[in-house]
Design a protein around this ligand. Structure first.
Ligand code: PRP
Ligand code: URA
Length: 204
């Protein structure tokens, strides 16, 4: 199913209506994979027939979409587990240096940071600059359990993140649907799908 929707998303003829439709569908598939690493606790339950054991999710899950394109992957996460809360970070890439520039940040109030599981959500991991910036901000704010949910990644971006955070005690897991070939000279993923934010919001 991922390959099916990914192929439609990559197709340059796909309009923003179908792009949003397909990204929504893939977001459920990515979310179920990322959620498989949530911690759970055993609980007692009673069916209409008998007492038995079940599970309850133990993590306080915070989604952190990187604006704009990160918004396009939220549906699956929010629908599968409505208890999640959502912060927002607004970053855009300087077109020449490709460095991320922050223009917005809002994060939920947290009582116990140890229970928080942060899921950084952005369909595109290109140079890795935007994701690395966000991971760094989360680490500086004292969060330790961090995952990244992406649709497409470039090897350059994955290497950048691995290098930048390799000395950490904890693992930062990156989930992606495709490790593409490379970046082009403008910092776009090849073959990629073009500019995810523009294609999602019809701003091309
Ligand atoms: C895109 C994309 C990522 C970023 C990835 O955002 O949504 O956030 O680029 O590139 P990087 O790995 O090289 O940092 P963009 O800056 O185009 O902003 P937008 O989502 O508002 O269009
Ligand atoms: N951001 C995008 O939206 N697409 C790319 O290929 C790279 C960064």
């Amino acid at each position: 199913m991922v390959e099916h929707y990914l192929s439609i998303l990559r197709d340059k003829e796909t309009d923003h209506i179908n792009f949003k439709f397909c990204l929504d569908k893939v977001s459920y598939l990515i979310a179920s994979e990322v959620f498989s690493s949530l911690s759970v606790k055993r609980i007692n339950i009673e069916t209409p027939i008998k007492k038995t054991k079940g599970f309850q999710i133990n993590d306080d899950v915070i989604l952190l979409p990187i604006l704009r394109a990160g918004l396009g992957l939220l549906t699956g996460f929010m629908e599968l587990f409505p208890k999640v809360r959502t912060g927002h970070i607004g970053l855009y890439r300087n077109e020449e240096t490709l460095e991320p520039i922050k223009y917005y940040y809002r994060f939920p109030a947290i009582k116990d940071k140890r229970k928080v599981f942060i899921i950084i959500v952005d369909p595109m991991l290109a140079t890795g600059g935007s994701t690395a910036y966000t991971i760094k901000q989360m680490l500086e704010n004292g969060y330790r359990k961090i995952a990244v949910a992406s649709l497409l990644a470039a090897p350059e971006g994955i290497n950048h993140i691995n290098k930048q955070f390799k000395s950490l005690e904890q693992q930062i897991t990156i989930y992606t649907c495709s490790l593409d070939e490379k970046l082009n000279e403008l910092g776009y993923i090849v073959p990629g799908l073009g500019d995810a934010g523009d294609r999602l919001f019809g701003t091309i």
